[in-house]
Design a protein around this ligand. Structure first.
Ligand SMILES: *Cc1c(COP(=O)(O)O)cnc(C)c1O
Length: 385
């Protein structure tokens, strides 16, 4: 048994990040400034040169993307029940109505065949989530976009390293919002970035993200800065800071190395669990998985323990785990406001009922990986029905 608790997630932060943050502290410019711009340009270079705005969170990016494109009261926005509350909250924040559509059994991504049936006259947008880092079927999504003239806002919180048919998520012509929250594949502690293919829309979102201040006021830092600005809209305080961008620049340089380790661990898990009564996460032929999560699913009908008991057993053995996600339709606020009921999204509920997110992150040692494998196997094999 492990001596030390293995957390379900840890950020990969080292001497380079420490040094970068110290540099910012000593520079005297700790809020949005030159490093945030550098980070935006570095991200943009990775994403086929698309315009990128660094923000305070992925949530901020999704909120502004809906707002700036005029989504509001009377409009319906389709999203998935297998997601974090933020995906639905932003729809509510702009006054629109969230419409949930069930997921695909294998990927956990929203099922576009069912999305098409849910489109009404009021449908203005789709907000898909690249669950766990597995890209949604981008060709299918963009076909729906073009056929029904819909706005797409991609929740790419898990997908900074996700690839669809050889191209990175964020490069398919839709507003795409990434998260750099503490647990995500690339972290700035808190933070996010939004890719905005249309330059006018990018400008609108930029203004809204900093109090609604006129665009030139963004460059107030440095010698050529001036005190003048105008307010063009009642904006928000959603900017990134240079302290965060300094972390982001280092993390971006490390991203491919960190992804290689994630892929390696995912391969080891797949080899180790293939003979157990579990469902392994898939990687469809069009996708290169970002392995933000390793969502293992227990076939509890072949086991004498529940998913909850399984996680308790792992914890007792000093291994952390989590669950992604408690379905949106299970939360009391959403149930009361939108009338969603248990049983309404059967595939999401089954997925949720079986899912265990195992520890998978670049700083895990070979011993850590071995411990996860050995303990998962022991618990499953000692509880066969
Ligand atoms: C983490 C997460 C978010 C929120 O990201 P923030 O950067 O914290 O706003 C949104 N959607 C999903 C699916 C997430 O996992």
């Amino acid at each position: 048994m492990r001596q030390e608790f293995l957390p379900y997630n840890l950020p990969d932060l080292g001497a380079e990040e420490e040094e970068a943050v110290i540099q910012v502290l000593r520079s005297g410019w700790i809020s949005r400034g030159p490093l945030t711009q550098q980070f935006e340009m570095a991200l943009s270079r990775e994403l086929e040169g698309k315009a990128v705005l660094a923000l305070s969170s992925c949530t901020a990016g999704m909120h502004l993307a809906l707002l700036a494109q005029g989504i509001g009261p009377g409009d319906e926005v389709i999203t998935t029940p297998l997601t974090f509350a933020a995906s639905v909250n932003v729809i509510i924040h702009v006054g629109a109505t969230p419409v949930l559509v069930d997921v695909e059994e294998d990927t956990g991504n929203i099922d576009f065949a069912q999305v098409e049936q849910a489109i009404t006259e009021k449908t203005k947008a789709i907000l898909p989530v690249h669950y766990a880092g597995h890209a949604v079927d981008m060709e299918h999504l963009n076909r729906l976009r073009d056929r029904y003239h819909l706005i797409i806002v991609e929740d790419a919180a898990h997908a900074i390293a996700s690839v669809y048919r050889g191209r990175r998520i964020g490069t398919f012509g839709n507003v795409t919002s990434f998260s750099f929250y503490a647990t995500k594949n690339l972290t700035t502690g808190e933070g996010g970035a939004v890719v905005v293919p249309d330059p006018d829309l990018a400008e609108k979102i930029r203004v809204l993200s900093l109090h609604g201040m006129s665009a030139h006021a963004w460059n107030r830092y440095g010698e050529k800065g001036s005190w003048g600005y105008t307010i063009e809209a009642p904006g928000f305080k959603y900017n990134m800071t240079d302290l965060q961008a300094a972390l982001g620049l280092v993390q971006l340089r490390k991203l491919e190395r960190m992804q290689e380790r994630r892929r390696q661990i995912a391969r080891q898990f797949a080899q180790a669990f293939g003979d157990l009564p579990v469902i392994l996460p898939v990687e469809r032929e069009y996708a290169q998985h970002a392995w933000h999560l390793y969502p293992l699913r227990l076939q509890t009908e072949y086991l004498t323990i529940s998913r909850e008991e399984f996680i308790d057993q792992l914890t007792l053995r000093n291994i952390g785990a989590s669950v992604h996600f408690i379905p949106i339709s299970h939360h009391p606020y959403f149930q009361q406001r939108y009338g969603w009921k248990r049983g309404q999204f059967p595939k999401t509920e089954r997925f949720f009922g079986q899912e265990v997110s195992l520890p998978l992150y670049p700083s895990m040692t070979d011993q850590d990986v071995h411990d996860v494998v050995a303990n998962v196997r022991e618990i499953v094999l000692s509880h066969l029905a």
